[in-house]
Design a protein around this ligand. Structure first.
Ligand code: AMP
Ligand code: ZN
Length: 473
């Protein structure tokens, strides 16, 4: 491993060298989506940048095991354990069961990820698979005196820790103001910052999924999921844990509290947080402003990969403001870029010296706290340099292992799509002429048969005053 990776660590509040527990191996965890609705493109910014991190680690030679949960229970409307379960809200909205909602939106999430070339983590585990693990961890926390039962729920007692706010770096008072603002007071808590590990009582008794436990029928809190699921697959020591900045408090703060109380030692060394995608109203969210999804961008004619490029052009630790104007510029730049790479003659000698020089520059940019916009600049610089087409093509192919922008394949597949479209158009126009002729000869059966034949192929004909028009169904 030649290049050392330097990353900002939320835990130390500094950029420092990333050194995993085991040489050459990385245990990585990502907080997965709450599958009650489509992911918006803000959520997907976090997953794109985490994907970039994973691919960078692999590129520089690490063997990565990445685990992600799917939150299908326990994430309440407020991250601080109040309000209705988001899954239940989704089920009511669509008159479906919670599990139907979970299945539908899990598939929708991975379909969006595929469109954005976000690799699926090695392990994906829904929370509802791990109820026994949650009950075990809560039992141990009760035995160790870190948890208590009150009003039917089990709470984590944050006063038992020397340092509860270790991750967020904010003062207790600042955070408590935040907590108070969006939370109904829960009179059962001993301390304001305590959080629920297991619910048996809530104002929303209509909770659809409940499990038996030593404390009665109930369901887990959101935070316990990630501690248990990560330990189940990655063991007691984790190298790097990821999420959006809104996860720092309370979610990740609570994860650290309960995991370290349970384990009796430090749990995760590096915390990687992606800043928010904002719109005019501030942080993009499902309840505020435009609900922008990948499908919406596609319906407006954008290639989803252009949104990935949009994200890569800015640093993951800076807020990013979404605008169609910038996306349009990005789209035009992307068209030029893939055309340039797609028309390189890849047959020929590779200049090893130039190849190594640019690969090293590219790696160094990424190893500098994932400077993705610099990595893209190096791609542009390399394409402008005097060197053989084959070297440029090989470098683009190599860079794309991390950037995942379809750099060497997009042009050819667009050309192929254009060819298919042109052939389809010719075929349909011929059929329209044939149908016209049949109608003229009053052979309506034949005319109808042609219409049906096209419909079977997904082509709809419309007889209009201006003549016959066609479209894809
Ligand atoms: P959720 O499905 O609500 O649990 O969120 C999934 C991921 O998206 C979490 O890592 C959040 O921190 C992240 N996230 C939520 N809103 C945004 C946003 N506007 N920009 C970037 N990431 C976000
Ligand atoms: Zn989590």
């Amino acid at each position: 491993m030649e290049n050392k990776l330097f990353l900002y660590n939320t835990l130390t509040r500094k950029v420092g060298q990333f050194i995993p527990n085991e040489e050459g191996k990385v245990a990585m965890y990502t907080c997965g989506p709450t599958v009650y609705h489509f992911a918006h493109i803000g959520n997907l910014r976090s997953y794109i940048m985490e994907d970039l991190l994973e691919k960078t680690l692999r590129y520089i030679g690490y063997d990565v095991k990445r685990v992600m949960n799917i939150t299908d229970v326990g994430h309440l409307s407020s991250d601080a354990d109040t309000g209705e379960d988001k899954m239940l809200k989704g089920a009511k909205r669509e008159h479906k069961t919670v599990l139907e909602i979970a299945e539908f939106y899990t598939n929708a999430f991975f379909s969006d990820c595929d469109k954005l070339n976000i690799k699926r983590p090695d392990v994906v585990e829904p929370a509802t698979n791990c109820i026994a693990e949650f009950i075990h961890m809560i039992t141990v926390l009760l035995e160790k005196g870190y948890a208590y039962e009150s009003g039917g729920n089990i709470y984590f007692d944050t006063s038992k820790l020397d340092e509860y706010y270790v991750l967020s770096g904010q003062s207790e008072n600042e955070l408590l103001v935040g907590v108070r603002e969006n939370v109904d007071e829960d009179a059962n808590k001993k301390n304001k910052s305590d959080f629920v590990l297991w619910f048996t009582k809530s104002k929303f008794d209509a909770q659809e999924l409940k499990w038996d436990s030593p404390w009665g029928m109930g369901y887990p809190g959101w935070h316990i999921e990630c501690s248990c699921i990560s330990m189940k697959h990655l063991g007691e020591y984790m190298d790097i844990h990821c999420g959006g900045v809104d996860n720092i408090f309370p979610h990740h703060t609570n994860e650290i509290a309960q995991s370290e109380a349970y384990l009796g030692h430090k749990w995760c060394n590096y915390w990687f947080h992606v800043h928010h995608l904002n719109d005019k109203l501030g942080k993009m969210s499902k309840s505020n402003g435009d609900f922008l999804t990948v499908s919406l961008l596609e319906s407006k004619g954008y290639d989803p990969i252009v949104y990935r490029l949009f994200c890569l052009q800015s640093h993951y630790r800076k807020p990013l403001e979404f605008s169609y104007e910038v996306l349009d510029n990005m789209s035009a730049a992307y068209d030029k870029l893939i055309k340039k790479i797609g028309t390189l003659d890849k047959n020929g000698a590779i200049d090893k010296e130039k190849f190594d020089y640019y690969r090293e520059k590219f790696e160094s940019a990424l190893c500098d706290d994932l400077n993705s916009s610099m990595a893209v600049t190096i791609l542009y610089d390399m394409l402008k340099e005097e060197m053989s087409d084959a070297t440029k093509h090989a470098l683009a192919e190599s860079f794309d292992k991390v950037l995942s922008l379809n750099l060497t394949t997009a042009h050819a597949s667009r050309e192929a799509d254009n060819t298919i479209d042109a052939a389809l158009e010719r075929y349909v126009l011929d059929k329209i002429e044939e149908r016209k002729a049949a109608k003229k000869q009053k052979d309506f059966a034949k005319a109808d048969a042609i219409r049906s034949e096209l419909l079977e192929k997904g082509i709809v004909l419309e007889d209009t005053r201006e003549g016959v028009k066609w479209k894809k169904a």
